[in-house]
Design a protein. Structure first.
Lengths: 352, 352
């Protein structure tokens, strides 16, 4: 791979539109000057904004698309024949055709997942994709997946997630052998859905070289950063993620109210402003913006629909880092080792 | 019911032991002077502590038990014949025999659940118990259940949880018709496990007088306080609860670090100390200590095993409030109405 990373953007995506998408792209380009962009969307909306960013303009190709996928479209609607002229589909197609290395969109999550799955197709050996999130922890960052691509997962699929998540951790965090935990609940004997127990047994048996299996973790281990990769099925993962996001917003709200309540508190706030800024930065949801669809022949990144330029740039940076560090290659080579190992364990049920 | 509420305590429970249990009982007695206690545990350990609290002593009967259930005992071990002489079993049995109105224990959760279920038995019409937690929100408090009594729940069981949770909300929050939401994920078309959809349909059809069904809620609605009662099965509920607790601890840690980092921040902290104290109080996990087992013929309350006297007192207060406000009576009368309604809908599958 050359140093150039080509990123296709759905410029119409989300509630944000070209203004935010292009401002974000420009920010990211400043940090990674070798990025090239393929921009998909309504040329009449893109060009005037692009004119404001000369560097971005010279690093970009604009591809006009008449159609944009709206935020309330159902995946089934988005997959209809005519929607393949949409900016979202075209941006994904660019990855399939080799015109881009990674696609980033702030658009409709369900549509992006459905289109990516159909257009890029699953990697050989992977049964279903997962949406991976970067989770800020007391120790730094972890990867949590699946946070909502599908509901439910069997043991084999949880092992796939472990493998993809640890490849992503190696690509992003510069770790040789990330630790992986399976999310579970700690009540004795209730403990462990069968598929989670079986996945644990498999991970121990296989002892894959690209990850170190650490056993079960619980919900409070997420923020603690007990492991580098937390694996769960999409329903639970989505609830855990939103529950944590909600709690963070709730506490920020308490803090704001407490600091505004008395004159003394407001004076204190002025003295401690730098500390509060630091805290705000720590808690900034934009910094970890970007869910990654793993398991496809190509990387698709979902930015929050309501983010700003800084947040969208973080999603682009994430895409850049993963391509730069050869995420797909890492997953592929792990899969190969995994398939050999599972063949060797002789457990035909699990060696898909 | 007279004004007296009799509470049986497993004095040996948890990592805390008689010191904390009795200190908590004394605190709660100061707030509710009509409480009577039945204390179960090793008399030699209880009596010397009790001597320090004359008021508590005169409000209590001590019942010597040789055996205590340890924190690492599995529920199946705890259910063995000989364990029925344990302080935990005896404390639960007091509720069954009418010697106490409610039992509170900081002991082994799995053992407490298993013993309560066997000793108190399920209420007629309820298929499985649920562990309900009180969740601090931006609007006040909500009830979330099940947070870990069992894994999985079908539509009928989710409706049972809705009914029990709303009875608890009416007992605790002085509401006539609490709003109830079913926890779900918001990705279109992935949206909704069948049992959750079916439970929603049922709740709409039945239109029970004791609750107002508000539809699906997502993980971030928990902290927002969108509804008074959030219903989910035990695996997801446990992960959501611990994920939120972990996030709260994580942010408290960030805040502490930020406020200690520079001299200015420390000066600011001094000015804003009152505000921080207020925040700390808002976030104090002891205030909402106490998981409630719902669905049994009697109320059993699980306090956190590692709490202090203030936390244990909160669990006792919770028990007091629920008995004082006739929780079991509320659930029973709701169940009656529910059974009539479901008979009327003619949906034999759901009218158990």
């Amino acid at each position: 791979m050359t140093d150039t990373v080509t990123i296709s953007l759905d410029a119409m995506g989300g509630d944000i539109g070209p203004e935010v998408v292009l401002a974000g792209a420009d920010l990211s380009l400043k940090r990674h000057p070798t990025i090239r962009y393929e921009l998909y969307g309504e040329a009449g909306a893109i060009e005037p904004v692009l004119a404001k960013y000369p560097n971005l303009k010279s690093a970009s190709n604009v591809h006009h698309c008449d159609i944009s996928i709206t935020m309330d479209e159902k995946p089934s609607q988005a997959l209809r024949r005519g929607r393949r002229d949409s900016s979202m589909w075209k941006a994904i197609l660019a990855v399939k055709n080799g015109d881009a290395d990674v696609v980033v969109s702030a658009g409709n999550t369900g549509a992006l997942m459905a289109m990516s799955k159909i257009c890029l197709r699953m990697m050989a050996g992977i049964e279903r994709p997962a949406l991976a999130a970067i989770w800020p922890t007391l120790k730094g960052e972890s990867i949590v997946l699946d946070v909502g691509a599908t509901i439910g997962a069997n043991a084999k699929q949880l092992v796939d997630f472990s493998l993809m998540g640890s490849a992503m951790a190696r690509a992003l965090f510069d770790l040789d052998k990330p630790s992986v935990g399976l999310l579970n609940i700690g009540v004795e004997e209730v403990k462990g859905l069968d598929e989670i127990k079986d996945a644990g047994t498999l991970l121990r048996q296989l002892s894959l070289p690209g990850l170190s299996y650490s056993g079960f973790v619980e919900g409070d281990d997420l923020g603690r950063g007990t492991v580098d990769v937390v694996v769960t099925e999409g329903f639970t993962g989505n609830i855990a993620l939103k529950s944590a996001e909600g709690t963070a917003r709730q506490i920020a709200e308490y803090l704001r109210a407490a600091m505004n309540r008395t004159l003394l508190a407001r004076i204190g706030y002025v003295f401690a402003k730098q500390a509060f800024d630091r805290l705000r930065q720590k808690m900034d949801p934009r910094k970890s913006n970007g869910g990654v669809f793993l398991g496809l022949n190509g990387v698709a990144i979902k930015s929050h629909g309501g983010t700003d330029a800084e947040g969208f740039a973080a999603a682009i940076d994430l895409g850049y880092d993963m391509i730069h560090n050869n995420l797909i290659g890492k997953i592929s080579s792990d899969l190969e080792i995994y398939e050999k190992s599972s063949a060797n364990t002789g457990d035909a049920d699990f060696a898909s």
